[in-house]
Ligand binder design. Structure first.
Ligand code: ADE
Length: 248
């Protein structure tokens, strides 16, 4: 039973990589896969790179070459649902590619050949993940320190569960974020990889859970908020959540 830990960027996973004491690094397809153990669990950690194709390639290799039996994606996302603010945590129950449009041949967002537009995450793993996130958010002060809490206004962070949407675009305009909200009113947040990971996991019947911390509101300030959050908070949140999930 091997668990894959996937993030797009180093800032999202470095603290997790630092925890793998007996890791072995395997280079394949331009990426490094770190094999090791965390809390007695065999894990493979990898940086997919940014975007849907990079995420899909990485996931296919994790499943076929490394034989992982579960996938956990962690990282950051832009909040688009009302009330989904910087520092909140989104545990995905469904994933959709917001930039997929083969209409009028297929309905908008439907993945041709699949007859659906939304891929579901694994309910049991996502439930465990949500509990780990609740505990992490409750104890954020211990994880992140008072200064980060103050700087990012994380005192009232919440965990949300629902739809996460993915596209090959960094959403950095308020108009675009509002258009996404109108088009997909139940979407909580937007990223650039998770729905691609979900499609590959569905192809191979591998359970998936996804957690994203909100780094920005996918609005006109996103280009400033995103890098600040990424460098100062993201990987500390990821490692705290992964530690709680695996350590109990
Ligand atoms: N990941 C984090 N913020 C994002 C944004 N605004 N758009 C797409 N992906 C993101």
């Amino acid at each position: 039973m091997t668990l894959a830990l996937v993030s797009a960027m180093p800032e999202e996973l470095q603290a997790v990589l630092d925890l793998l004491p007996d890791e072995q690094r395997i280079s394949l397809g331009g990426r490094s896969y770190w094999q090791g153990h965390l809390h007695g669990q065999t894990v493979v950690a990898v940086l997919s790179g940014i975007g849907k194709v990079a995420a899909a390639t990485t996931t296919a290799l994790l499943i076929q070459r490394f034989r992982v039996s579960r996938v956990l994606m962690t990282g950051v996302a832009g909040g688009i649902g009302p009330g989904v603010k910087v520092g909140d945590v989104v545990v995905a129950s469904e994933l959709l590619q917001h930039d997929l449009d083969a209409s009028p041949i297929f309905p908008r967002h439907e993945v041709p050949g699949y007859g659906l537009s939304r891929f579901k995450t694994d309910a049991a793993l996502s439930g465990q993940l949500a509990r780990a996130c609740e505990a992490t958010v409750r104890e954020a002060a211990a994880t992140l320190g008072a200064e980060a809490i103050e700087t990012f206004g994380l005192q009232s962070s919440r965990v949300h569960r629902g739809l996460l949407v993915t596209g090959d675009r960094f959403v950095s305009r308020t108009t675009e974020s509002e258009a996404l909200q109108r088009e997909l009113p139940d979407a909580l947040a937007v990223d650039m990889e998770s729905a691609a990971v979900a499609q590959v996991c569905a192809d191979f019947g591998v359970p998936l859970a996804v957690v994203r911390t909100i780094s920005d509101r996918a609005d006109d300030a996103a280009h400033v908020d995103f890098p600040r959050f990424l460098t100062q908070v993201a990987s500390r949140y990821s490692v705290a959540i992964v530690e709680r999930l695996l350590g109990g």
